[in-house]
Ligand binder design. Structure first.
Ligand code: ADP
Ligand code: GLC
Length: 487
């Protein structure tokens, strides 16, 4: 099967969150399963800086997109990552050669680029145009999140009006319903589509254009990244205003839990880790813990349970609940490492916490891929109190690293982790049901009790490490979905 994937992020070239990991792994595992995969993604400044050789890729084609009256040129540059896997960088420097993917640093925090809507409408149109120009003729086009939400409609509209011999079937995956790509009505013109699509059963949403809604309405299949989130988003509580639209498409909607890229997230031969280990040989994990305590300048205490979190510091992730839980549990013997950046207020609160508990609380501000691995390996427990979580990857990295996840039972966190109270034989982590500091603190207390029972703790670690969280299963589920669409 020939599959085209369009994504605004692709690991290792560009990443702000799990979308990058997901699309890279999806592409790789589909190719491994024998399919021909073409991934389209923007050529950002960060790609040029980290992979300077990509600047020398010759242009395989150029397309002209008339966006709001001025034709702009996009060039596409092919990079082969294997026999069946090609990355197509879409290049238009005024839009993508910028400091951040979606936002820029300002004195008062990060600010979204005012032309994000135009940038990704342009990208989506360039993908469809290039796909035609290059005669790729994929059977499936799989778009991700609002940035590529226009693609299913572009394909459907043009396929009909231009009498394409074969109109690809489209899949649209929602990674986060909250980011919708909304813009004022007049910007609909940038899509180049007829005005009759600006309608409440199509692209219009409370008077604005909404690209996420467009993807949901026009894709042949809509998926999200866990079965539980697929159910949650059809309710007003989690639906971000689109629950009605999603209910109307219930028959096309399904949830497929992401996996982890087992080549990257593994403990046997990982260049980021000071020692190797696996479910049968856990000694190396203790070495990783001691090394992490040293690196973080925390007391090197094997007996003290070490907790970790790696996250965007945003309301979604419940970082404030962790900071409040510290107030409740300040007298307990535990250490904590937090790696992340985002909301300046949360960053400030984390710095204050570090000042108050200098021997036990460490906050590392920023992004650091290597440190993320060392935290996953060195910590005993991983805290993930997200208010909502479409899938979440770190709870699965934690399982694979033998680090017991403590999660709020929502979305993919609920799907990926088994609590002792639900099934003692299969338990891999600790869940709590209310997104409150008190409930999180109670879960941390359960973790401290578990830490005092080394044999039970080792059983938790082993089961987690042996759980099937790899991408092979997820890729099989996507292929089955693609096949259903093609029948
Ligand atoms: P989301 O996409 O909502 O941020 P996910 O759990 O799906 O959440 O994915 C987050 C990804 O980003 C993980 O791979 C995580 O390790 C990574 N990540 C988040 N913050 C940082 C950071 N400060 N440094 C390194 N990696 C980070
Ligand atoms: C989004 C979600 C996250 C998910 C990721 C990859 O960023 O917030 O839960 O794991 O996409 O699908």
């Amino acid at each position: 099967m020939r599959i085209l994937i369009a994504s605004s992020e692709l690991f290792p070239y560009s990443k702000t969150g799990g979308l990058a990991d997901m699309t890279a792994a999806l592409a790789k595992y589909l190719a491994r399963a024998g399919h021909e995969v073409h991934v389209f993604t923007p050529w950002y400044r960060c790609v040029r800086e980290a992979f300077p050789e990509t600047a020398d890729l010759p242009a395989a084609g150029a397309v002209e997109i008339d966006i709001g009256g001025s034709p702009l040129i996009a060039t596409v540059h092919r990079l082969d990552l294997g026999k069946r896997l090609a990355v197509w960088f879409v290049r238009h420097d005024p839009f993508f050669d910028r400091e951040g993917l979606y936002d820029v640093h300002t004195p008062t925090g990060r600010a979204a680029y005012p032309d994000n809507f135009a940038r990704f409408v342009f990208f989506s149109r360039a993908v469809v145009e290039a796909m035609r120009r290059l005669e790729l003729a994929p059977a499936i086009v799989h778009a991700h999140d609002w940035q590529t939400g226009l693609i299913p409609l572009l394909i459907r509209h043009r396929g009909w009006y231009e009498f394409w011999e074969q109109v690809p079937r489209t899949v649209f995956t929602i990674h986060n319903l909250v980011f919708q790509g909304r813009a004022a009505a007049h910007q609909f013109a940038l899509t180049g589509l007829p005005a009759y699509y600006f309608h409440h059963q199509a692209c219009e949403f409370y008077g604005d254009v909404n690209l996420l809604k467009t993807g949901i309405v026009f894709a042949d299949a809509v998926t999200t990244v866990s079965p539980r989130y697929a159910r949650e988003i059809t309710t007003p509580e989690f639906g971000a205003g689109l629950d009605g639209v999603l209910r109307a498409r219930r028959r096309a909607l399904s949830g497929i839990l992401n996996g982890i890229d087992e080549d990257v997230w593994q403990t046997r031969a990982n260049p980021h880790l000071p020692a190797a280990y696996d479910a049968g040989h856990l000694e190396g994990k203790a070495v990783c813990k001691a090394a992490l305590q040293r690196e973080m300048e925390l007391p090197e205490a094997p007996q003290t349970p070490l907790f970790g979190t790696i996250s965007r510091l945003e309301h979604q992730k419940g970082i404030d609940l962790i900071l409040q839980a510290w107030e409740l549990l300040a007298d307990e013997p535990w250490q904590y490492v937090l790696l992340g950046s985002g909301d300046p207020r949360l960053e400030e609160l984390a710095r204050v916490a570090q000042q108050r508990w200098p021997d036990r609380f460490r906050f590392v501000q920023g992004r650091d891929e290597g440190l993320a691995h060392r935290i996953e390996a060195g910590a005993d427990f991983y805290l993930m109190p997200s208010r909502y979580e479409p899938c979440g990857l770190n709870q699965m990295y934690s399982l694979r690293y033998g680090t017991v996840p403590i999660v709020h039972a929502v979305g993919g966190l609920d799907d990926a982790v088994v609590d002792e109270e639900d099934d003692p034989e299969r338990a891999t982590g600790i869940k709590f049901r209310e997104p409150t500091a008190a409930a999180l603190a109670a879960a941390i207390r359960r973790a401290l009790e578990l830490y005092a029972q080394p044999e039970t703790l080792v059983a938790f670690r082993r089961r987690g490490m042996q759980a099937d969280v790899g991408w092979r299963r997820a890729a099989r589920e996507y292929v089955a979905l693609y096949r259903r669409l093609l029948r």
